[in-house]
Design a protein around this ligand. Sequence first.
Ligand SMILES: Cc1ncc(COP(=O)(O)O)c(C=O)c1O
Length: 431
Amino acid sequence: MGQGLLTDGFTRAGGPLACEGVPLAAIADAVGTPAYVYSAGTVRARLAALEAVLAGVPHRVHYALKANGTHGVLQVLRAAGAGADVVSGGELYRARRAGFAPSDIVFDGPGKSADELREAIRAGVRVINLESQGEAELVAALAADEGRVVPVGLRVNPEVTVENFHAYISTGEAGDKFGIPLDDAFGVAAWVAGRPSLRLVGLHMHVGSQLDTLGAFDEAVAKLAALLARLRAELPATAATLTLLDLGGGLPVAYGDGDRGADLEAYGEVVRRAHARTGCEILLEPGRLLVAEAGVLLTRVRYRKRSGGRDYVIVDAGMNDLIRPPLYDAFHAIEAVAPGEAALVASVVGPVCESGDFFGHGRPLPPVAPGDLIVLRTAGAYGSVMSSNYNARPRAAEVLVDGDRYAVVRRRESYEDLMRLENESPTWRSA
Ligand SMILES: Cc1ncc(COP(=O)(O)O)c(C=O)c1O
């Protein structure tokens, strides 16, 4: 595999681009631009494809909300049977508002606050993955206060060298801020195992995102399996409780720049081996895999111009809507919605007053004119969730398509929304 999984829900059948049965031009006319458009069918298909390669392995897929936490998208995933992986109190709140049962939620993150931890304990989430001795001490104290025995896992940094396209999305190398260093993990586990308010139920890792190969991932699994065996042998009380191995996310998608996308069959084999090595139920936290290809950012051309021999296409979406190109040097394929032969090689840029406000340089496009529609493909993950109001730009609308119907699942922000939280007549206080 690795050639792309299935159709991604955006097709043109020789004509203008449509999402499932809905022409993107109809959405742009009704909802305006910029707008994120998601294909519900693609989200379901990606989850089903992942589940298919995991058949027979005791496992649970906990979708990582950080990739896209929009309520409408969460409801599609919950209805399709996924659990949730959250990394903040806000994501916990969103997951619960979307109907995920606390027992279907795992809570990760390197710097959870006492309030967030208390909310997770009171909700009764499936497992809180701890990332430091300090956090273990805090959770033990909070759990004791609440009179509860809280299921916890340890996020261990397996210290492997991963292959992906940007240092900012690698998280499992020696010295990274994430997880408990491998050499310290046994000591923290022993401390946790001795606390009456904690129950050590598992080990956790997440080595990075958009993983090009599975070698380092498999190596990390082997390190966790060895640690698990040592814990069971030397801390007999944990032998009965240690039943979960959480392998995090990281499955890649093909953005169209020569990248390969996920080899799901090979991934299924690694997961199968992880279960065979440990006897644990395997938890998975895919984000990008399930939603990236299901989304586009739909935008309209505002102006064309030439500068220094270069053609510019200035669109109405900006880096505040989709920051991945300047943040990670990320590639998004750019297409005109109307069909047409490439006649132009252009820089596609936004209206934000920053040189970093670009979506791609040297991109072939038909001879687009002001008013024409363009899409940035594969924008369903780490798109809207990372958007901001920079340059006082209201955030884009978000639209979910299901078959031949669509719904606005997040309305476009208004100017009033920009001011909603600000106090125009503040009360001044003395310290
Ligand atoms: C702890 C954890 N789990 C899961 C994910 C999801 O990763 P991806 O979207 O690459 O599958 C992330 C992303 O950074 C993460 O930090």
